[in-house]
Design a protein. Sequence first.
Length: 594
Amino acid sequence: MNQAKRILSHLRLGNSLYSTQFSRNHSFHTKVISCFSYFSPPLFRQSRASFATSINLNAHDKKLFFSSKPDSVLELLLSSDWSKELEKELTKSNLSLTHETVMYVLKKLDKDPKKASKFFKWGVEKNGFEPSSSMYSLMLRIYANKDFLTEFWVTIKEMKEKGYYIDEETYKTISGIFRNLKMENEATALRHFYERMIKENAMDDLAKEVVEAVKSADWGEEVERKLEDMKIAVSDNFVLRVLKELRGIGFHLHAFRFFKWVGERLGFEHNAVTYNGILRVLCWEESIQEFWSIVTEMKSAGFEIDLDTYIKVLRQFQKNKMLRDSVELYEHMMDSPFKPSVKECSMLLRSISTFHPPDLDLVFRVVNKYEAAGHSLSKTLYDGIHRSLTSLGRFDEAEKIVEAMRNAGYEPDNITYSQLVFGFCKARRFEEARELLDVMEEYGCKPDIKTWTILIQGHCMGNEVDKALLCFAKMMEKNFEADADLLDVLIKGFLSQQRTAGAHKLLVELVNKARLRPWQATYKNLIQKLLGERKLEEALDLLRLMKKHNYPPFAEPFVHHISKFGTVDNAWEFLMALSIPMEKFIGMQRKQLS
């Protein structure tokens, strides 16, 4: 039996023939342990037995053995509507309203603005909790939707009264949210407020003076003397302002020295707010030693990394490809009372799997830490392990993970199969990848458009564009309709082989016959390639289609091309395609030539 059918038979353990053969040779438990002995790095081998045992169990039957107070309160909040009774229960819980705890609860409630608002007000108005500027910023992000505009502007008013400001990062985030929600009036009002706030904020001027002094030279006596001469009145808010300004211009180590200086020389006592603030600045390769030194220091001082900081720092680590630090940070948080969600765990596993080659030591460190907190593996986490193995071409080990997943009660689905398809294509086992879709149907799991797209993309990435087209034709025969994502994959495949004419023909046919609306980026990419080969007529075809699909005119490459190679007739045809007056076109030409 070929590899595709063999793996699918194990994926579908309902076929007793294969499961019987498997169990007759070795017990499932033994097979899993030997599997991990085979592919686990030395660092993981000490704990592999516990991991193998855990995935052999029906994990969904296991009970959580640890529950921190914030988690207990969160469970209460999620299971009940807000009421007087709920407030009494919260009061009875004796929840310590620290910065980290309130941040944790608010982050967990960020998809429920009403309840987040009630909890926030309960903490402030009835328990005397004093929010920091970073917490107000979080509340603004939670309120940034059509149903909570009153609360949004009231919060901004409160911030202003307390001398807090909206930092640039928060402003840009919320402005983007408003524009995505087509809330242009609110975006404009926020911009006016932000600009006015910057002008009115006296502290802003002092903060900028401090930043100028700090960045003017390497840290030393001269910089410290300049700072001492300023007679700075230090507060949480002021420290955060300076740290964010220094982060914005890339002076991460200078920010660290300033942070230490205000504590050591000015006697400022750092707290959860400022510790979390400096961590958001230091999450770069050049300052990673300082980052971990602060983590140790704040832990010794009794403070924790808040969940909002964790998420932001983790995203930056991943952008910087600092996966080992990402995993260490995850492990640190899982040992704290403010544990990340299964979603965060899954996203971390996905991030690890996208790097080539995926580091299996990191994968199993994440999984082991998750299980050590008393959680059972979810379907998404099994998929995360499976994704890394298939990406590495370790199909036998991937097979065993899927068997363990089924043993835990989770059926393999299109996500699971798609990962196998991707792995086969990456290993250039294209025939088996194609057969896998046929076998899926035999076992009652019909491939969806995403699975077909991954199959076709795998062929294109392997320079097998003609076979990708055959897969596309087969998909169409099965009454699937191509979407813009799949078209973009095919166009990129054509262009990777310099087949611009074929790409143009495919796009035009799918638009005209299948009523498909390509991505704007697909149009732009193909237009630029066509003009690069002096295929003006074909590029103009696409420009007309863009206009038909209500995309903004993509004029710049045409102006450059016609100015350099075109004729008056070409210019006229271009103007007709865009309905641009001749005077405007002449001005555009002059701009290109100047």
